[in-house]
Design a protein around this ligand. Structure first.
Ligand code: NAP
Length: 254
């Protein structure tokens, strides 16, 4: 970045750990100022410190992405303290897995609210800064589960919804220099997959071994695998890639 160029500001939701933390660190390494947004602002401190210790600019923001008021306040705070955000990674997520006959309304609502409504609220609040700048990069986290996965009717619906949401953003916002893409990870080693192992009554090690044996590249994914793909789509060089779903799963999925 030359000294005359303005540093782009990115928001990464669910940035305190897992894929979000790796993405925040990667975007900072690429020269972005990064707002690490998560439910608990204190939980963002470690990632923020890592970025600032490496010479980057970052701030932690506490907000629930499914709450419109908190989202509006969080985006305004980022614009005020770091600058207008023009890169948004909608990554915050939760699981409430259960077979359909045992799935409660609350399991359904929580998952749809955090993933899908959260992405909608964050994108709606951020897009005006992108439109004003004539530049924007939106990357939404989908999942291989969008194609269907036992015990995840809520999550699969949310993650398939992310794909339709992403394509529509690409169509509506393209004329403002804004691209929108979805990244759909397969098995990535994070607290989320550790929780799934527990639900399946397996050790995390056994669960990873089993998953790796079914993946063409014969290993499970790491948060950095996803962060690298997000970084490309969030980069200035990706301006002609929009409305795509990129599976980061160590093999083909469809
Ligand atoms: P993770 O380790 O569980 O991290 C998710 C983060 O989101 C946590 O820091 C969590 O905060 C935060 N969060 C939850 N609800 C929130 C809310 N309402 N508002 C703000 N932040 C919230 O998950 P991950 O594995 O890194 O997954 C990141 C994304 O990738 C998710 O969208 C997930 O669905 C997707 N994905 C993951 C995998 C995988 O294999 N890991 C595969 C496909 C897709 P708390 O810690 O406070 O709960």
């Amino acid at each position: 970045m030359s000294s005359t160029e303005q540093q782009r500001v990115a928001i990464v939701t669910g940035g305190a750990r897992g894929i979000g933390a790796a993405t925040a660190e990667r975007l900072a390494a690429d020269g972005r100022a990064v707002a690490v947004l998560d439910l608990d602002e204190g939980a963002c401190a470690e990632v923020v410190e890592k970025i600032t210790a490496g010479g980057g600019r970052a701030m932690g923001v506490g907000a629930d992405v499914s709450d419109a008021e908190q989202v509006t306040a969080a985006v305004a705070r980022v614009a005020e303290e770091l600058g207008p955000p023009t890169v948004l990674v909608n990554n915050a997520g939760v699981l409430r897995d259960n077979l359909l006959f045992k799935m409660t309304e609350s399991d359904w609502d929580t998952v749809l609210d955090v993933h899908l409504k959260g992405a909608f609220l964050m994108t709606r609040a951020t897009q005006k800064h992108m439109v004003d700048a004539g530049f924007g990069r939106i990357v939404n986290l989908s999942s291989s589960s969008a194609l269907g996965n036992r015990g995840q009717a809520n999550y699969a619906a949310a993650k398939a919804g992310m794909q339709g949401f992403t394509k529509t953003l690409a169509i509506e916002l393209g004329k403002f220099g804004i691209t929108a893409n979805a990244v759909a990870p397969g098995f990535i080693v994070t607290d989320m997959t550790a929780a799934t192992a527990e639900r399946m009554r397996m050790t995390f090690e056994e669960f990873q071994k089993l998953a790796a044996s079914q993946i063409p590249v014969q290993r499970v994914g790491r948060p950095e695998d996803v962060a690298n793909t997000i970084a490309f789509l969030a980069g200035d060089a990706a301006g002609f890639v929009s409305g795509q779903v990129v599976y980061v799963a160590g093999g083909p999925l469809d």
